[in-house]
Design a protein around this ligand. Structure first.
Ligand SMILES: [Zn+2]
Length: 148
């Protein structure tokens, strides 16, 4: 598996498949494949756009997982240099964008903070493996008329 440098992606711009492919000198079908594999992409209009910030996060995660495979219920701990399970199986979801966030937990071995990036739409899968804490603010706040 090729190793693409996530730092080549500018986080403040958006890319079409072609533009993102150009950054790495690859075919745009490879980018389409990334989108299939979970890279978030704006499909409301053509050409489809990939946010730089999401492409970077996607490639960082990919790079990390190519180094050392983490199972679904594991995090990579940089201190222990191995995949670890979250302490107490407790994981918190931190929203980065409407489609994407970060799972944060403590390493069960060294109690250091471990993270991984996930698509919001895949949270349910993680909810099955972890004691997952989703911030209430994630759902749009509806109780504006509750104060009298
Ligand atoms: Zn650790």
């Amino acid at each position: 598996m090729a190793n693409y440098n996530p730092n080549l992606v500018k986080i403040h711009r958006n890319y079409t498949y072609e533009e993102l492919a150009e950054v790495f000198g690859i075919h745009k079908n490879t980018v389409a494949q990334w989108v299939k594999n979970g890279l978030p992409c704006l499909k409301e209009q053509r050409p489809f756009l990939v946010l730089g910030v999401e492409a970077k996060a996607f490639l960082q995660t990919r790079r990390q997982s190519s180094k050392r495979k983490c199972k679904h219920n594991e995090f990579y701990c940089v201190r222990c240099k191995k995949p670890v399970k979250p302490a107490e199986n407790f994981v918190e979801y931190v929203s980065i964008s409407p489609t994407k966030g970060r799972l944060t937990a403590l390493c069960e071995c060294c109690e250091g903070v471990v993270n991984k990036f996930v698509a919001y739409t895949r949270l349910d899968e993680y909810e099955a493996s972890f004691d997952l804490d989703k911030p209430i603010g994630l759902e749009h706040i509806k109780d504006t008329d509750s104060s009298l």
